[in-house]
Structure formats: structure tokens, C-alpha cells
Design a protein around this ligand. Structure first.
Ligand code: NAD
Length: 359
């Protein structure tokens, strides 16, 4: 039976990346009924909303979406489509596999790590009090009453971390580990300093870990984790982190595996899942058929696994890996020099992956 999937091409280079990914997904032989829906700056300019209700309704109905990147204007305009999506659908777990493929230039060829980032809490909750505002004054007064005065010229952000949020993200990390043959989960935190937020996260992680004795569990203080990721990445398997550390460490790991063009991702909630690359819309390359579709294609591989199409997922991942290993039909960012005239475009890269799958 064909899978109903919402396809959101996005804007900038999104549509060309989404088209390349759609073609490769179809070439696996798995059946899809695509419901294509808009999001991003183009639909904002046409209709006044970057994330129309019909797009949200479609994902609620299909429960699975694959999304090209979308532009968020800096300083003005509208809120990030991704933030809206995560919030509206409570996509609380961001899963970002970071694996070095042969043929990609990297100092960390042994890397095979999965980042599981909490997506809804922490300093990202957006609870802020602007310096000089009335609410800031009230908050400072409250803090002073509690015996924790802060300077008058301070901006203030609040970091909520709950037992509920920690429990479900750590459970998601263990579930991912079990479903994907992983053997260890590491929880990252700064519980030595932030005892009531990161401390709660760590305490909850330990409780959850005790329910899964077949998977090894350890914890690391976040600064030490960063040091060890660079010095001995092969020791890490699945890493679960609160929102802000997860944001930073997943980009660090993307750098370790050859850059943003390689970094895939999934946003998972209880009711729906949306798959998308880590990178943005790279608008300067829009319409040039230039950028690397690997990150969105590997997000498609994650989607196939989510849909329980594991054999097709393995075939698609192996074909992508083989095209990268051979190195002749790859985009500019995977060549030794960025101006290598033998680099192919987005569509030709997809053709090479399809050819490899059919070989
Ligand atoms: P970006 O990821 O779009 O681009 C940064 C640079 O990375 C590009 O100039 C390009 O050199 C390189 N790059 C990115 N994707 C690549 C690919 N597939 N192949 C080869 N090279 C690639 O980041 P940015 O310029 O900071 O952001 C552009 C827009 O994207 C912003 O509006 C931002 O808000 C948005 N954004 C969207 C998402 C998303 O939709 N998930 C994520 C991040 C940023």
C-alpha cells in the first residue's frame, strides 16, 4: 500500500532539493501518495502566511512530512516555519544522525553518532525579559525578594526543564537506540552548575536508563563532551541533550562529517513526524541546480525507516554512500576544490543515486 506523505518543497534551494529527493524515494519502489503543500517566504509573499493552515492540516492527516528548507527573514517579517511546526505538532524530539561516509573530506572518518535533541523546552522556550522593560523590572523585583538580585541593566532569559520533557526525550533516545541496533546512550548536561534544570534532566535520564538495562548508559558534562567528541568520537553512539546543547552539538557533529550538505534530521512527535535537512535554504544558490541533496535524501532514508520500509532505506542509503565514495558524480562541496569543473548539479546527483540503486 502506498504511504500518504506531505511533501513541503519550501523555498530558496528547497524545491530543487525536494524534487531530487522525491525522485530517489520513488526509485526505491516504495509507493507514495504525495500531498504537496507550501511553506516559506514565497507563500508568505503570495498569501501573507509562511505556514498556511492547509499545510498543517495535511501533516495532521498524513502524520508524516518531508520538508525542504524555508527562509526566515532576520529581524522582521515572520516567525520561523520550523519553530511553528515543532510547536503546533509538538515535535519534541529532533534526531540527527552524524555519520562519516567514505569519500567525504573529514578529520573524523570514524564518526557514527546520533544526536537526540529536546525540541520544546530550555532557553529556547523564548521566555525573555528585555532590559529596561516593565516586565524586566517586575522579574528583577521578584528575584531580589528571593535573595537573587540581578543588575538593573540585565536582559533575562528563563530556562524551564521539566521531568515530563526530560523523560520523553530520554525515552525517545533509548527507543531509537533499540530500533537501530545501537548499544549506548550518553546524556549531556551541566548539572554541576544548573542543579535544578540540568540536574533534573540528569536525574530523570538515570531513572529512564534503569528501565533499559540492555543499553549502556553514561553521562557527560557538556564541555567535557565537546572535548571528547573531537578527541575520541568513536566512543560515542547516541547522545541525548536538552535543547540548546543539542542545537550546538548537532552543528559541531555536522562539521565533523563534512558539513551541512551531509547532515540529515527528523523531528518526531507523538502524533506526527517531519523529516528535513539540518541546513537552511541557501538562497544564493536558488534555481542554480548546484547544492548537495544528500542531507535531504538521508532525511528521506530516516523517513523510510520511520515508515518501516527498512530494506528500501538501506538500499537508498547504500546507493548515496556509493555515489559519494566513487566521487565523480557529486556536487561542488564534495569535490577537493569548490571550483572543480567536474562537479555535477543537484538533479544529476539524484540521477547517479537512482542509477546506483538500479545497478
Ligand atoms: P544555509 O544552511 O542556508 O547556508 C549556509 C551555507 O552552507 C550556504 O551558503 C552554502 O554554502 C552551504 N550549504 C547549505 N546547504 C547546502 C547544501 N545542501 N549543499 C551545499 N552547500 C550547502 O544557512 P543560512 O545562510 O544561515 O540560512 C539561510 C536561510 O535558511 C535563513 O533564512 C535561515 O533562517 C534558513 N534556515 C532554515 C532552516 C530550515 O528550514 N530547516 C535551517 C537553517 C536555516
Amino acid at each position: 500500500m502506498a504511504h500518504e506523505v506531505t511533501l513541503i518543497p519550501g523555498d530558496g534551494t528547497g524545491p530543487e532539493l525536494a524534487e531530487a529527493t522525491r525522485r530517489v524515494l520513488e526509485a526505491t519502489g516504495v509507493g507514495f501518495n504525495w500531498d504537496e503543500q507550501p511553506a516559506g517566504i514565497d507563500i508568505y509573499e503570495a498569501e501573507g502566511s509562511p505556514f498556511p493552515e492547509r499545510t498543517l492540516d495535511s501533516i495532521k492527516a498524513t502524520k508524516v512530512g518531508i520538508k525542504g528548507p524555508t527562509t526566515t527573514p532576520v529581524g522582521s517579517g515572520f516567525r520561523s516555519v520550523n519553530v511553528l511546526l515543532r510547536k503546533e505538532l509538538d515535535l519534541f524530539a529532533c534526531i540527527r544522525p552524524c555519520k562519516s561516509y567514505e569519500g567525504v573530506r573529514t578529520r573524523f572518518p570514524e564518526t557514527d553518532i546520533v544526536i537526540v535533541r529536546e525540541n520544546t523546552e530550555d532557553l529556547y522556550a523564548g521566555i525573555e525579559f528585555e532590559r529596561g522593560s516593565a516586565d524586566n523590572a517586575k522579574m528583577r523585583e521578584f528575584l531580589a525578594q528571593l535573595g537573587s538580585p540581578v543588575r538593573e541593566d540585565s536582559g533575562i532569559s528563563i530556562k524551564p526543564i521539566s521531568e515530563f520533557g526530560s523523560e520523553r526525550i530520554v525515552e525517545a533516545a533509548f527507543a531509537y537506540a533499540k530500533e537501530n541496533g545501537r548499544s549506548k546512550v550518553t546524556a549531556a548536561h551541566k548539572a554541576n552548575i544548573m542543579k535544578f534544570t540540568d540536574g533534573l534532566f540528569l536525574e530523570t535520564a538515570r531513572t529512564v536508563a534503569a528501565r533499559h538495562p540492555e543499553i549502556e548508559f553514561e553521562d557527560r558534562i557538556i564541555d567535557n563532551l565537546c572535548n571528547q567528541l573531537i578527541s575520541r568520537p568513536e566512543e560515542y553512539d547516541v547522545i541525548v541533550l536538552p535543547n540548546l546543547y543539542g542545537d550546538i552539538v548537532s552543528d559541531l557533529c555536522a562539521g565533523m562529517i563534512g558539513g551541512l550538505g551531509m547532515a540529515s534530521g527528523a523531528n518526531i512527535g507523538t502524533e506526527a513526524a517531519v523529516f528535513e535537512a539540518t541546513h537552511g535554504s541557501a538562497p544564493k544558490y536558488k534555481g542554480l541546480d548546484r547544492v548537495n541533496p544528500t542531507a535531504l535524501m538521508l532525511s528521506g532514508v530516516l523517513m523510510l525507516r520511520h515508515l518501516n520500509e527498512r530494506e528500501a532505506a538501506d538500499r537508498m542509503e547504500n546507493a548515496i554512500a556509493e555515489v559519494i565514495r566513487k566521487g565523480d558524480k557529486v556536487t561542488y562541496d564534495l569535490k577537493l576544490t569548490r571550483d572543480d569543473p567536474t562537479a555535477v548539479g543537484t538533479a544529476a546527483f539524484a540521477d547517479a543515486v537512482i542509477e546506483e540503486m538500479n545497478a
